[in-house]
Design a protein around this ligand. Structure first.
Ligand code: NCD
Length: 270
């Protein structure tokens, strides 16, 4: 719709990425441009951060260049909250360490809404699988889904459980939740299986990562006991958690999920 194309006219969005990103960064960039805004891209390598400049100084400098909003990704939990104390500009958290990834949760919830149940999220059983400890997307998604009538299952290796603070918040909302170590137990009842990558970069000890990296792998064989009308989601990047041969299954929703990201980010920026 051409009437949207001037929504962000004369607005400058700084994409400040201290951690790697493909989808999140590009989708914010394209979203801003579709709405007529301009973007400044910043990555930690090739900036003064490699000379030791602090996050606060980096933000102050960008602010001096008349930036209207910051989209920040950073390895420290709480980074977006921290810069909210430094600048009065709009800040969008595009991932802070192993803490949160709220815009991903919005596009994930939108995907469930679009793909299942004729436009509703209520009534779904959502099973989150993999690295629930360090995976920030599942923390934000579990919190967001408490606004609906859903049932949450957590399937993870023993050493990578859903954090206590998320469990407590979900509990307080009255949303039913339960933890498992085997996917087979809950797969037949799941409307959504949300697969995550083991977050290698957050492990202090590489040996610990090696122990759990192949814990859960979805193959066409795995899905034989799943519902006909369920979906498999993944925030991407995928490493080895889902066989490429699953991609042709109509239940594989992860590429459609990814495409939803740009629209959600356009809506947020607008
Ligand atoms: C996720 C992230 O950065 O947390 N990626 C993304 O934004 N789609 C998931 C991941 O890195 O595993």
């Amino acid at each position: 719709d051409p009437s949207f194309s001037a929504t962000l006219q004369n607005k400058r969005i700084a994409l400040v990425f201290f951690e790697n990103s493909t989808r999140t960064r590009f989708s914010f960039d394209i979203a801003a441009r579709h709405l007529g805004g301009s973007t400044l891209s910043f990555s930690a390598s090739g900036s003064s951060v490699s000379k030791g400049e602090s996050l606060g100084d980096t933000i102050r400098n960008l602010e001096a260049m008349q930036v209207d909003a910051f989209v920040l990704r950073h390895a420290s939990s709480g980074a977006a909250d921290f810069i909210a104390g430094i600048t009065a500009k709009t800040i969008i958290n595009a991932g802070d360490g192993s803490h949160e990834h709220p815009t991903q949760a919005l596009l994930d919830t939108f995907t469930i809404f679009e793909e299942l149940g004729a436009g509703q999220v209520d009534g779904m059983t959502v099973t989150m699988l993999g690295d629930l400890k360090y995976g920030r997307t599942v923390h934000s998604l579990a919190r967001l889904l408490t606004l609906f009538n859903v049932r949450l299952n957590y399937v993870s290796p023993d050493i990578l459980p859903m954090p206590e603070d998320v469990i407590a918040e979900v509990q307080a909302s009255g949303t039913p939740q339960a933890s498992f170590t085997s996917l087979e137990e809950v797969l037949p009842e799941s409307d959504v299986v949300y697969v995550t990558r083991v977050q290698k970069e957050r492990f202090a000890d590489e040996k610990e990562y090696e122990k759990v990296r192949g814990s859960y792998v979805i193959s066409p064989e795995t899905l034989k006991i799943a519902k006909e009308d369920m979906i498999v989601m993944h925030p991407l990047p995928r490493v080895n958690e889902i066989h490429a041969s699953v991609d042709d299954d109509p239940r594989a929703a992860y590429f459609r999920q990814m495409a939803n990201g740009m629209y959600i980010r356009m809506a947020l920026l607008a």
